[in-house]
Design a protein around this ligand. Structure first.
Ligand code: PLP
Length: 349
């Protein structure tokens, strides 16, 4: 796509990062309660997690207000995004419609199986262009993918508009809504599309323990969808088989640790405010973010920028969006963000 080019940081050389701000991880997690549960159950690492996984599925189903037939677990949501990409497109061809730029995992798998990606640019306000996406659907469209809030932009699409879109469009073609970052919104604004599944709509919602729960390295995620759609996915995955038993216990403990989730949300907002102010002082514009990362344009070639930031021990990402180079920086601890703004001033200030 002309709109979306990704740069991979400093190849070949090992870089010791002082600030790891390139993967939208949670710098505060996992929750101490999740760590304690993981440690306590490490001795059971010789066992498969059957019953324990069922307990976790019950717990998540209850939280989501669906039955356990509406849920598949995976080692992170990546696994399920990829498997949906495979099952929907392998040998079937067709196309997938999504925003551009967006999180590419599912589309890359679809393309690898021979399907076509139909990118639809985000609107000027960085929300999904739902009208244009609906128009892009054709007889060969097998799936629509929406990431809300969106990665790499950190921006949101209006929940009412998205709800209408999913409700209407899922009558024609399944809609996959990736809600990896929804937990970073204030709780009152977290409008998940899961309620559409309860209404029988062919919507698939992905959630992950990697972000607000700080469990990216422990690998737990899930999708909610109609049982008949999940049966298709289940043909090529025994999703839960990929999750380690101690991680199942960690996920359960983390779900109960609301204090940790609230702390993450608060510290994330504090660091974002600090970065907003620092960027302003340094003369950068930025895109206000609803997630644990943000983008801002850099007046430098992306790879050169990354190399210089990495040389200072600060790992960020760079994307080419609409012909311009942008930095995507994940929110680390306040100390990491101070290193980031210091390095930014040296490199591009
Ligand atoms: N979806 C989005 C939008 C993401 O940004 C990521 C990871 O960064 C994922 C899904 C996959 O995360 P995980 O496999 O850790 O659940």
């Amino acid at each position: 796509s002309p709109f979306f080019k990704e740069y991979i940081p400093a190849n070949g050389h090992e870089v010791i990062l002082k600030a790891k701000l390139n993967a939208n991880e949670n710098p505060y997690g996992p929750s101490p309660k999740a760590v304690a549960a993981f440690r306590e159950k490490a001795d059971l690492g010789n066992r498969y997690a059957w019953k324990e996984l069922l307990d976790l599925i019950e717990k998540i189903a209850e939280k989501e207000g669906v039955s356990r037939q509406h849920l598949i677990m995976g080692p992170g949501s990546s696994d399920l995004l990829e498997k949906v990409g495979m099952v929907f497109f392998f040998e079937n061809g067709g196309n997938v419609v999504s925003a551009d730029p967006s999180y590419m995992s599912l589309m890359k798998v679809a393309e690898a199986t021979g399907a076509e990606w139909k990118p639809v640019p985000l609107k000027e306000d960085w929300s999904h262009d739902l009208d244009a996406m609906e128009k892009a659907i054709d007889a060969n469209t097998k799936l629509v993918y929406i990431c809300n809030p969106n990665n790499p932009t950190g921006t949101i699409t209006d929940a009412d508009a998205l709800y209408d879109f999913c409700s209407r469009v899922s009558e024609k073609v399944p809609v996959f809504v990736d809600e990896a970052y929804l937990d970073f919104l204030p709780e009152k604004d977290q409008r998940s599309m899961v309620s559409l599944v309860s209404k029988g709509k062919n919507v698939i919602v992905a959630r992950t323990f990697s972000k607000i729960h700080g469990m990216a390295g422990l690998r737990v995620g899930y999708v909610v969808g109609l049982p008949e759609t999940l049966n298709r996915i289940n043909k090529i995955t025994r999703g839960g088989m990929g999750i380690s038993l101690p991680s199942v216990y960690a996920a359960k403990a983390s779900m109960d640790d609301l204090e940790f989730q609230n702390k993450t949300r608060k510290l994330n907002n504090d660091t974002k405010d600090y970065v907003y102010k620092s960027l302003k002082k340094l003369g950068f514009e930025y895109v206000p973010s609803y997630t644990n990362f943000m983008i801002f344009p850099i007046a430098m070639e992306g790879q050169a920028f990354l190399d210089k930031m990495y040389a200072q021990g600060v790992g960020v990402r760079s994307f080419n969006i609409l012909g311009k180079d942008w930095c995507r920086v994940s929110m680390g601890t306040m100390d990491e963000m101070k290193m980031f703004t210091g390095a930014l001033q040296d490199v591009a200030g």
